[in-house]
Design a protein around this ligand. Structure first.
Ligand code: PA5
Length: 446
């Protein structure tokens, strides 16, 4: 079984012929990705990544996860930002009990740090960690990113104070470049267990490397099934797969055709709040890959039906520059049936004996029809179930489609030069050594 993509509800806005007209272009771009002949071709390690993950690597991540779990840790702190955080967060949230943080359980909970510079967040996290058993992963490909480096400086001291330097070492895992960056030097000097992020895989394409897989394994999820899903999608979107069967090529074609026809914003929609961070991961993947040179679809997201009561009005009747891509999970894991109430004071007996999911699915269908009627084209990505295997398929599907889509747009989908602008100003304002000229210039503007 596979995830499915349906896009017939875009044909009121773009023609079917125009979409299928992308077949040749997509084939060419797919070849460029596989043959490494396109823009950003030194960052294409993700293309064949799933099928090249070895048994030894998987066993290694699992063994590290087991060794950490054996310390009876309650929390696993993952220090990282952007691509060094969102993939693990997306998968762990999608697979976890909605109330895991309150219910507890026999597997460690994953908490994050270094994904912001909030003083309150760091204070409150450090307070929490005082009374918990925990271990930590510090993840930074460049090894120099300010947010995680700052958080790790604080958390490293705390973990050493709590457990002593030697024991702390066995509770810290570093994931970074093989040789470059401050974190590599620190990890080697301290003697932490460390994993390498390969040079040719950018942060936002790195969830299926130790960047994502380690935390997912520590949380107790099946990384083999996740990787298998990605392996199967790697095959299903390969160069020899015709456009009619290649979901990634189809998705890339439809969204580019919509963009050409004035649909500038894509909203990723879910009807299951566990997918909230899948959308955050997706926003980074597409926003950072395509938003450049004055171009690119703006990736947005909503959680329905919650946000139908906030953003629903705009989507139905606001600027007609939107399209939606709905992630729908065919079968929920749990069953809840609506009871009969003889008094029927709430008037809900028309729903008696139905599953809650049936109501959710009718909300989904009704919304799709309403939004299409209101001028918002809709695509649907259907996952048979929310499990590791289909998440693995979905991750690779989105990655492949993003590469194809970026090439179709004519940009390099694997760089992010624009991210430097805020860093330069922040360093200038903080008077970082080496930024003396920038400091003078920015201060003159204040
Ligand atoms: O996709 C990317 O490359 C970025 O979002 C990075 O993941 C993010 O900036 C964090 O970088 P690093 O892992 O070097 O700390």
């Amino acid at each position: 079984k596979s995830i499915a993509l349906k896009f017939d509800k875009t044909f009121d806005f773009v023609s079917k012929d125009a979409v299928y007209g992308y077949a040749e272009t997509m084939k060419k771009h797919n070849e460029a990705l596989h043959n490494k002949t396109g823009k950003g071709n030194d960052f294409l390690g993700w293309v064949n990544l799933p099928s090249s993950i070895s048994e030894t690597e998987l066993a290694d991540y699992e063994a590290t996860a087991k060794a950490l779990q054996a310390k009876k840790i309650e929390l696993f702190v993952v220090v990282g930002i952007g691509g060094s955080y969102l993939g693990a967060k997306a998968v762990v949230d999608a697979l976890s009990d909605s109330f895991a943080q309150l219910k507890g359980g026999d597997k460690p909970l994953i908490v994050f740090a270094g994904q912001n510079i909030s003083e309150d967040y760091l204070y409150e996290l450090r307070e929490l960690l005082k009374n918990k058993e925990y271990a930590m992963a510090v993840i930074s490909k460049s090894g120099t990113t300010t947010e995680p480096a700052l958080a790790f400086r604080l958390l490293k001291q705390d973990i050493e104070d709590k457990y002593g330097k030697e024991e702390a070492k066995s509770r810290i895992v570093a994931v970074t470049d093989a040789s470059r960056g401050a974190l590599r030097k620190l990890a080697d000097t301290e003697g932490y267990k460390s994993y390498v992020i390969s040079d040719d895989i950018g942060g936002r394409y790195s969830v299926l490397t130790p960047v994502g897989l380690l935390a997912i394994a520590v949380a107790g999820f099946n990384i083999r099934a996740l990787v298998q899903g990605a392996v199967d999608m790697e095959k299903a979107t390969g160069v020899d797969v015709p456009f009619e069967e290649n979901l990634a090529a189809q998705y890339a074609a439809v969204r580019n055709e919509l963009y050409k026809n004035g649909k500038l914003v894509e909203i990723l929609v879910n009807y299951n709040p566990k997918l909230h961070f899948v959308a955050e991961w997706w926003k980074q993947l597409y926003g950072e890959s395509e938003g450049k040179e004055g171009k690119g679809i703006f990736p947005a997201s909503v959680d329905f039906t919650s946000d139908l009561h906030s953003m629903g009005q705009y989507i139905q009747e606001g600027e007609r520059k939107l399209f939606e891509t709905v992630i729908s999970v065919a079968s929920p894991d749990r069953e809840v049936r609506i009871p009969t109430d003889p008094e029927n004071l709430d008037g809900l007996n028309f729903l008696a004996n139905k599953r809650v999911d049936e109501v959710n699915k009718m909300a989904e269908l009704g919304t799709m029809i309403a939004h299409v009627d209101g001028g918002v084209p809709n695509m649907l990505i259907e996952l048979p179930k929310l499990n590791e295997y289909y998440l693995g398929q979905m991750i690779y599907f989105f990655e492949k489609a993003c590469g194809l889509s970026g090439y179709t747009l004519g940009v390099n989908p694997f760089d992010q030069p624009g991210v430097e602008a805020y860093k330069k100003n922040m360093f200038a304002l903080l008077e970082k050594p080496g930024f003396e000229e920038e400091t003078k210039a920015i201060k003159a503007r204040l």
